[in-house]
Ligand binder design. Structure first.
Ligand code: SAM
Length: 354
């Protein structure tokens, strides 16, 4: 009797197991179907942007691992940095299109992680060379007063700090998210000697879209805007499933609000560098076009030419299929040419947020 019972119990267990693995299989199938559907929509959307010839090549390049370089911290003990990198020197190549010392790996190998020198200063920062080039475009002068409106985790903030003079230069780095702001503070503190830190750098946590009414009008404003980050999405299955064309429209809206605030914060004749890591023209040239055509504060695009990347209607874009793996990084430079075309710069009408 009990043997019979055990047998039945065993069968039930077996059925349950089979049921569970079938459920798992079905869920997996649904996931794959969903991902394929998103990939089809994604490819259709970007093929329309980049053309049927270029898109498959660009897509493959975006799927490859992200490329990095090391930006040497000018405040670190250079002899100690050299000693640390001595076994990898043969593999390093200096990026001569950048004015601050940055090195890439010829074989795309991983760099030894950054570490502190004997003065407790971190030796280098690992980032995309396109990010350094974007700050290069802002033409930072040692005595500039600069605002970095969306600053965390801090790669571009650090590359601005490399160019500022302790006595006269100033940088305000803003970041809305408190956890990311904490990380930003840690980064800045670990790369700057305490006296430079105290004189040059301020970190604030405001909503960048509301960055109006500041007493200071900055010489240079960097807006590295939150964006669709398509390359990042392609490397993160869960995030990728959330992609829709609507997302890029929503991002463009937020980017325009941020750009209005960035222009407002710049002094007349000051420069604003707008950047994203998106490949969507809606988040890039279209945001700039809207600012030029509809913004209340007059701005004009500043033409530029760089050794890597390609020109767009208003700016420049670095894409991995044409630059040995760097990017994506879009940037456009605007010059503020006057005061608000209407009374009360601070009052923004609703049509600005279409
Ligand atoms: C593209 S990341 C900036 C990367 C940074 N510039 C760097 O090089 O490391 C955009 C940042 O903007 C922040 N952000 C998003 N909306 C914001 C807002 N309204 N005001 C200020 N920061 C915002 C995000 O939390 C994110 O850290």
């Amino acid at each position: 009797m009990s043997e019979e019972k055990n047998k039945r119990k065993g069968n039930k267990k077996e059925d349950k197991k089979k049921g569970a693995s079938k459920k798992k299989e079905k869920a997996l199938l649904r996931e794959t179907e969903k991902r394929n559907a998103v990939m089809t929509a994604f490819s259709k959307y970007y093929e329309a942007e980049w053309g049927s010839e270029r898109w498959p090549i660009l897509l493959e390049a975006l799927k490859r691992p992200v490329r990095h370089c090391i930006m040497i911290n000018k405040y670190a003990q250079i002899d100690q940095v050299k000693a640390k990198l001595k076994d990898t020197l043969h593999d390093l190549v200096m990026l001569d299109f950048l004015s601050i010392p940055c090195y890439a790996s010829k074989t795309c190998s991983r760099f030894p992680p950054p570490s502190k020198d004997s003065h407790e200063i971190t030796d280098y920062y690992i980032l995309d060379a396109g990010s350094v080039l974007a700050t290069e475009a802002l033409d930072i002068q040692p005595d500039d007063h600069v605002l970095d409106l969306c600053a965390a985790p801090g790669g571009k903030t650090l590359s601005i700090l490399q160019r500022l003079d302790k006595q006269y230069g100033r940088l305000t780095s803003n970041e809305i998210a408190s956890d990311r702001r904490r990380r930003l503070r840690q980064v800045i503190e670990s790369y700057l000697p305490p006296d430079v830190l105290a004189d040059v750098s301020t970190v604030v946590g405001r909503d960048g879209t509301r960055y109006y009414g500041e007493p200071e009008q900055y010489d240079k404003v960097l807006l590295d805007a939150p964006c669709s980050s398509e390359r990042h999405l392609l490397h993160d299955e869960k995030e990728f499933e959330l992609w829709t064309p609507k997302r890029t429209q929503m991002n463009a809206k937020r980017q325009f609000s941020l750009l209005k605030a960035a222009v407002h914060a710049a002094r007349v004749d000051g420069l604003i560098l707008y950047g994203t890591c998106s490949i969507s023209s809606l988040e890039n040239d279209k945001v700039i076009e809207k600012m030029i055509k509809k913004g209340k504060i007059p701005v004009e695009p500043v033409k530029m030419k760089w050794p890597i990347g390609e020109r767009t209607k208003y700016g420049w874009i670095i894409l991995p299929d044409k630059t040995d793996g760097w990017g994506p990084l879009y940037f456009a430079l605007l010059k503020r040419t006057g005061v608000s075309k209407e009374d009360g710069e601070d009052s923004e009408s609703s049509d600005d947020n279409e």
